[in-house]
Design a protein around this ligand. Structure first.
Ligand code: PMT
Length: 223
């Protein structure tokens, strides 16, 4: 059990981008490759957890020995994660979820017309905030914060407003951090304090995050 400290635990991880359709041909998305979330999911599995990975469309190899739920839109990701609300011990929301979706997806390919195009967007549900609200006293929720400025300030707001136990904050404009890279530079925020970590591989960071979340779980449950 010593090297499998998450044995018997259920861990849900989200990863990758979401895609929001404009019409049957086009969609809006972001640059997330899924590398960060997949690394977290593999670390959780290797530490002994029973893992469900809810993933947006990525071109990474599907990890083995875990459940993989493939979704495309933020609404689909919301439904997949919410369905697991009573089952998880630890939830890690590394996915880059679109804050908005198109109000009315066109049934047919939009025709080119004029020199300007105006599209109405509506907000997507905030999955992390929703799960933070539903969270039971013995469950641990971890979010990410992707910022381009005021990292700690913005991430602190996300920690509080989204009901997370831990936020992994990354600043996109740091060289070794962010989308698609194999490394990341993060600051970890919890109710107990703020820790800036050195640059590390996303693989190693996956273990670092899971170990910290396990400590929080142990403390909450007094085990
Ligand atoms: O996939 P990679 O290429 O490896 O890149 C990694 C990463 C940069 C995508 C990752 O490290 C990261 O920062 N993921 C979170 C991206 C994000 O959406 O950050 P945010 O600050 O916009 O959102 C804050 C948190 O709320 C996140 O946990 C996000 O999953 C969650 N959220 C946001 C909007 C929404 N509608 N629902 C959510 O659950």
């Amino acid at each position: 059990v010593k090297d499998k400290p998450l044995k018997g635990m259920k861990v849900v991880v989200t990863a990758g981008p979401t895609q929001e359709d404009l019409d049957p041909v086009r969609f809006m998305t972001n640059h997330s490759s899924g590398k960060m979330g997949y690394a977290v999911a593999r670390a959780a599995r290797n530490l002994g957890a029973d893992v469900t990975l809810v993933t947006g469309p990525v071109s990474l190899r599907k990890p083995v020995f875990m459940d993989v739920v493939e979704v495309r839109t933020a609404i689909q990701m919301f439904e997949a994660v919410e369905a697991l609300k009573d089952e998880y011990d630890i939830l890690v929301k590394s996915a880059a979820v679109s804050d908005y979706r198109v109000e009315r997806v066109s049934d047919h390919k939009m025709k080119k017309q004029g020199n300007q195009l105006t599209i109405d967007f509506v907000t997507n549900p905030d999955i992390l905030a929703h799960m933070g609200q539903l969270k039971k006293a013995n469950q641990v929720v971890c979010g990410f914060a992707m910022e381009t400025q005021d990292l700690v300030e913005n991430a602190t707001k996300k920690l509080v407003n989204k009901g997370a136990d831990l936020i992994v904050a990354n600043q996109l404009n740091e060289d070794a951090a962010g989308f698609k890279k194999d490394t990341n530079v993060v600051t970890i925020l919890t109710g107990e304090g703020i820790t800036k970590l050195d640059v590390m591989s996303k693989e190693a960071l996956g273990y670092e995050i899971m170990n910290r979340l396990l400590q929080i779980l142990v403390k909450k449950r007094g085990i």
